[in-house]
Design a binder for this molecule. Structure first.
Ligand code: ZN
Length: 282
C-alpha cells in the first residue's frame, strides 16, 4: 500500500464510462491503466451473462468489489414487489458469480401515483429485510446506499445517512448488511459527520464524485473529485476514522462530460485525481 504509484486502493465504477460501452469496453481500459478494481453495472452484465462477465474480469485481472444497483423495492402492487424481489435474488447470484463482496442497494422512489412516502420507505425496508437470508446464502453483503434527496421521487426514498443507520439497525443482520456512502449523496447533510461516526463498522463502500456548483443535471452531471463544492478529503478522512480500509470508488454519472470521452482518457484523469487524494501533501 505504501508503494509510490500503487493503485491498489482505487476502484472505478463501470458506469463512469457511460451507458453505451459494453462490459469488456468498461473493463479493458482499467487493465491498461493498472486499475485492478471495478464496480459492475448490472445492465452491462445482463447483456452478456454472469459467466462471461466473470471470465472477462479474470482475463483482465480486474476484480469486482460490488454489483450495482440492487434494491428498488418500493412497489405497492404485490406482483410487482415480488418481481422486484426475484430480480434482486438473480442479482445476488450474479454478484456471487463475479466474486463481488457486496451488492449496492438503493431503496427505489415512488410508484406512479403514489403519494405515501412513509409507505414507500416501509416497503423498501421490508423488501431489503426479506433479502437478508438470500444474501447470506449467496455470500454477498447488502450495502444500503442513501441517495440525494433530489432523486427521492424517482430513485431513492432512503435520503439520509441517519435513516440509513436506522434501517441498518432495524435489519439486525450485521454479518450481511452494511452501508455504502457516496459523497455526491451525503455532502449537504448538516449531521453527516455524526452519522459517519455512527456508521463505524458498517461502511462497506465509499463512492466518490463531486457536486458541480453550476450543475446542469441533478443526476447525470457529476464532477471529478476536485471539480465541485464537496470537501471530499474531509469525507474520506471521516470514513477512514471509522476504521474503513476499503478502496476509493470513483462513480461518475456524467452524461454531459466524461461519458462523451474515450474510456482511456477518463481512467487516466481518474488516476490523476486519485493520486491527488492519496499522496501526502508535499
Ligand atoms: Zn453511489
Amino acid at each position: 500500500m505504501s508503494n509510490h504509484g500503487d493503485l491498489g486502493g482505487l476502484c472505478v465504477h463501470q458506469i463512469s464510462f457511460g451507458l453505451e460501452h459494453d462490459f469488456a469496453a468498461c473493463t479493458e481500459p482499467l487493465a491498461r491503466a493498472g486499475v485492478g478494481l471495478t464496480a459492475v453495472w448490472h445492465d452491462k452484465l445482463a447483456k452478456i451473462g454472469a459467466a462471461r462477465a466473470a471470465r472477462i474480469l479474470r482475463d483482465s485481472g480486474v476484480a469486482a468489489v460490488s454489483l450495482c444497483p440492487g434494491g428498488i423495492l418500493t412497489q405497492r402492487a404485490e406482483t410487482e414487489f415480488r418481481a422486484a424481489l426475484e430480480r434482486n435474488r438473480r442479482m445476488l447470484a450474479d454478484a456471487a458469480e463475479i466474486g463481488a463482496a457486496t451488492m449496492v442497494t438503493i431503496s427505489g422512489g415512488l410508484d406512479e401515483g403514489e403519494r405515501d412516502i412513509r409507505f414507500a420507505r416501509d416497503r423498501a425496508l421490508e423488501g431489503l429485510t426479506r433479502l437478508v437470508p438470500e444474501a447470506r446464502a449467496a455470500g454477498v453483503k447488502l450495502a444500503l446506499e442513501p441517495l440525494s434527496p433530489v432523486t427521492c421521487a424517482t430513485r431513492g426514498v432512503l435520503t439520509t445517512t441517519a435513516l440509513t443507520n436506522d434501517w441498518w439497525e432495524a435489519m439486525d443482520a450485521p454479518d450481511v448488511v452494511g452501508i455504502a456512502l457516496d459523497s455526491y449523496a451525503i455532502w449537504w447533510d448538516p449531521g453527516i459527520m455524526d452519522q459517519i461516526a455512527r456508521a463505524a463498522g458498517r461502511i462497506l463502500n465509499l463512492h466518490l464524485a463531486d457536486w458541480r456548483r453550476d450543475t446542469r443535471d441533478l443526476r447525470f452531471d457529476r464532477g471529478m473529485p476536485g471539480d465541485g463544492v464537496i470537501d471530499i478529503p474531509g469525507l474520506i478522512g471521516a470514513v477512514r476514522a471509522t476504521g474503513f480500509t476499503g478502496p476509493l470508488e470513483f462513480e461518475l454519472f456524467s452524461a454531459l462530460d466524461w461519458w462523451q470521452r474515450a474510456p482511456d482518457e477518463t481512467v487516466a484523469e481518474i488516476v490523476r485525481r486519485y493520486r491527488t487524494l492519496t499522496e501526502p501533501p508535499a
